[in-house]
Design a protein. Structure first.
Length: 121
């Protein structure tokens, strides 16, 4: 969004400055070497919807097939089973956070805005 609508003078510098943070989830999922490629491919996908590209912004380009980047289709029953298993493994502090967030989602009064940020693998 910043690259598409902001006035960034040095987009490649912005990438270099924030590369570690932008690649963190991809490095965790893939590897230290390939994580940045997946991050750039994900950014490319977002840029495309705004008629931009990595190349237009002078960022490194990547060549990953579209099938590699497809969003996963979830099996709801399987995901619920995983959630149940993982919930049993939470410590008390983690369980408290989950309960607060789920309560906020399911008991949200109309017109009450809330924003939560939770980060972790």
């Amino acid at each position: 969004m910043i690259c598409g609508f902001g006035e960034v003078e040095d987009v490649p510098g912005l990438w270099v400055q924030h590369q570690v943070s932008l690649c963190e989830d991809f490095v965790h999922r893939y590897s230290e070497q390939t994580g940045p490629h997946y991050a750039l491919a994900d950014i490319e996908e977002l840029l495309t919807s705004h008629n931009l590209s990595l190349q237009k912004l002078h960022l490194p380009t990547v060549d990953l097939s579209a099938s590699v980047l497809e969003r996963a289709n979830f099996d709801v029953v399987e995901e619920q089973a995983k959630a149940n298993r993982y919930t049993m493994q939470l410590n008390s502090e983690q369980r408290n956070v989950v309960e607060i967030l789920l309560s906020a989602v399911y008991n949200n009064a109309a017109g009450t805005s809330k924003c939560y940020f939770l980060d972790g693998p």
